[in-house]
Design a protein around this ligand. Sequence first.
Ligand SMILES: [Cu+2]
Length: 83
Amino acid sequence: MHQVLNVQGMTCGHCERAVTEAVKTIDPQATVKIDLATGIVEIDSAQSRETLSKAIAEEGYTVQVEKVATGAGGGCGGKCSCG
Ligand SMILES: [Cu+2]
């Protein structure tokens, strides 16, 4: 199932990896495509949107329910230490 989530707080490759790993942890078969500039995370997974959102949120990122255009913020919002 193709899902599109808007994730706030990702600013670098480490964030991208953290989110990807969070998804892969709950669904190793999932494919994850992340656009850091927009915060759009496209996921092909059998898992529900709620489950995927929760896994990403647990990494410290904010998953928007609505699809919202994001401005470039400063620093990483998640557990990534590079911000
Ligand atoms: Cu980061």
